[in-house]
Structures are given as structure tokens and as C-alpha cells.
Design a protein around this ligand. Sequence first.
Ligand SMILES: Nc1ncnc2c1ncn2[C@@H]1O[C@H](COP(=O)(O)OP(=O)(O)OP(=O)(O)O)[C@@H](O)[C@H]1O
Length: 445
Amino acid sequence: MGFRPTSETFPLLLVINPNAGKKSSSEHLTKTIQPALDHAGVPYRVIETTSKGFAQEYFRENIRQIFIDFVQSLAASSSAVSAQQGDTEGVTGTGEGTTTTAAATTAGPPEVVLKIMVIGGDGTVHEVINGVLQGIHGSSPSSGPSFVNDNFRPKVELSIIPTGTGNAIATSQGVMNPQDALDRFLAEKSVPLRVVQVSQRNNNTSHTNTNTTTTTTNSNGDNDSSSTQGAWKPVVYTAVVNSFGLHCATVFDAEGLRGLGNVRFKASVLKNIAFLKQYPARVELFGPVQKYDRSSHQLIANATTTTTSPQQDQQQQQQQQQQPSVTLPGPFTYLMLTKQSSLEPGFVPTPFANTSDEWLDILAVQNVGRGQILDILGDALKDGLHVKQHENVEYYKAKVVEIETPTQGRLCVDGEFLDIAAGPEGRVRFEVVSDPNIQLFHLCV
Ligand SMILES: Nc1ncnc2c1ncn2[C@@H]1O[C@H](COP(=O)(O)OP(=O)(O)OP(=O)(O)O)[C@@H](O)[C@H]1O
């Protein structure tokens, strides 16, 4: 298959990972999706991934041209419609006023909605998101002028046909199978899909997946932080889950067990519980924080976020940016920072997570033994009961989270791995940034 950018109308890019989950993507494409799109009259281009990293590289290299072709094709179909109507409404066909509906025109900058359907799992979605953002912004939003700005800010609407193993994003929206996902795409309803910016300060960062290690060397000089330790540099964006400790070790070991199919996570978690470790780290939450209160069963705002005047509000915000609102000293048995409530059907580690809000949900379990973590994870499999039941489970919502490990550590970032140096040099920051040039993604629901 493969995709060739053309100037034809292509309202949909279809990215298929034939290797996802039980390798059923191709069958879903030919038997269900293509007939439905043909019936609905939706033209599409197919991009078939051939290896790990393919989708990310594809979008990094081609996203600019894709937008050019897309806008041109909308303009062309807009002028064709206006010609059919005798051009009575003065449509020029230059692309100005282009909206999602090719025929419609409005005042102001063009609203462009690029639709991408992913037939695969969360790893493929992660690659698409990172490829699009790297193609738009280069290595970081501060690395130079970007073609996405106040004058051109497209939406990227993702429809996820869940053929992967976990399918966390789809499952968290209650999408249980490919047909359900297809119906939702055709219904044309979407919500914002916020991504988490993962940043490091040091000049050399090692971002690893099981097949490749990418080392990024930042060019110094562009400071976007007042810290004496230098600017925060985005390393990767995540939409699913960031973790440390048992969950990260489980995902890492499960990669080596792909031959076992979908039971590889179960095998890996049992192994990591049998040889349970505690993972030393300090985690700091900055800015406003909400904590789950087990007695009232509510998320309660941290007292320090209450303000009385706009002036105090500003002062307090500055203080909150510098001083952590909450510090978790570790060591951690289990730590998860996520935008999704569920990681697979029935497993709901972070029940209050919302893909569209600007909070990062944090599940922290510090220094518990084998029996306790088994009970906690068992209750997480009962639609998130662990949060209500276990006093060793701490649940927060925060805007900014930083983690530092006293020895070399490993983080899982949407199924890929970030090896971090010991101490302040390796510190990692997670933030649901409000930059509208980053938060371009929407999700069909
Ligand atoms: N043709 C291919 N051959 C091998 N690996 C591929 C191919 N295309 C993509 N990949 C890689 O396969 C990995 C897993 O894909 P994906 O996440 O879609 O499925 P999954 O792991 O089964 O599902 P989930 O992430 O939801 O648990 C991704 O990291 C992706 O880069």
C-alpha cells in the first residue's frame, strides 16, 4: 500500500499497523473499514507501517506537505462547488475561509481539520502524535519558527480503531471494538486529546525503545526557563501512560515476551511481583493539586491553592511554580502519571483521568510488600476499587510533576523507555502544557 501525497481530495489518512495486537488490523481494514468508508463516500489514503518507528518518521518527514496538499484539495473542492453554484456567493477558491466542510466559507483564518484514522494500538497512536509534533516544531517548540501558529493552527482529529493489545485510549472512552470505533468516526463527534510534554534539562538525553536508542543533543542557548540548570527541553509527548517502578518494569519485560501474544503482560507482572523491588525516587507536584480523599470519596483541592485577591493569586502562582505543593519521598513500588483512566478493559488504575482536561493524574504506591501490591492491583481490575479501598494508594491530580532518582532510573513513556541519569541532572518534568500549537489533537468519541 503506502501513501503518496497528492493534490486530490483526501479527507482521511488511514494508518494501519498490521503487527498490532493479534495481527487483525488488515482484516478489519478490508472487511469492515474500507466498505464502510466507500459506502459513506469518504476518500482516504492508506499508510501501512512496516516497522517500529515507521509512523513517527513518516509524519515527521511529511506532515508539512500533507497540510499543503490537504489545504489545496479543500480549496479545489471549494472552488468546484462554487463553480457548480454559479459562484453566486463570491467564493474565490483560494483556500481562504476553508473549513472542515470543503464547500463552506467563513471569515477569519482557515479552520483545517486533518483526520487520521489509526488501525492499531496505543504505540502506533504515540508514534503518530510524536511524528506530527516533530514535523511541525522540529526538536522542540523553541527550536525555530513553526508553520503552525496564530495564522494557521489546524486540528488533528484521531480516530482509533483498537486492534492493539491494551488499547488504553479507546478503552478509556468506552470504545470496546473496531466496529464501535468506526461508528463513532462516522458520527463525527470529537473531544480534545491532551498530550503530556515530557522534558529534561540535561544536554544529552537518551530516549529508548526496545529496538533503538535515540540520543538527542540539545543546542544550548535558547533559554525558556530561569533555572540555573538550563532550559527544559521536550524529549517526547505522551498520550497514554508514563510510569516508574513495577509498571515500567512490567512493560519493559513484556516487550521481550511478544511471542506470548496478549498474555505477555500477565506473565511479566507476575514475574516482577515475585521478584518485587522498591524503586528509589523523589516525586514533586507543582502548582495546584487535587488529592483523593478516601473519607468523602472526593478530589479535594490542596489548601495552598485557595486565593483571596488577584495580586495574591499572582504571588501564589509564582511561589507554586518554584516550590512543590506536594513531595512524595519514595521509594515507589508503583507510580503512574497518565491522561487515560483505563489501560485495558477492566483495569482502571486512574479512574478520574480525563483525556480532555488539563490535569495529569498520579497514582502513587510507596514501599509496599508483595501481598499489598497484589491486593491493590487486584482491586484496580475491579473498575478502580483500589483508590477507595487501600490506604497505601495515593491519588492526585496535578499540573506539573517532576521526578528525580538518586541512582540511574528508567521511565516508561507510552511503552517506550527513557533512561535517566542519577540526581538533578536526570530530573524529568511532566506537564499538560497549555500551548495551543502543541495541543492540536482531538479524539473521535
Ligand atoms: N509492521 C510492523 N512490524 C513490527 N512492529 C511494528 C510495525 N508497525 C508498527 N510497529 C510497532 O509495533 C508496536 C506495537 O504497536 P501497537 O501499539 O499499535 O500495538 P500493541 O502493542 O499490540 O497495542 P497497545 O500499545 O495498545 O498495547 C509499536 O511500537 C509500533 O512502532
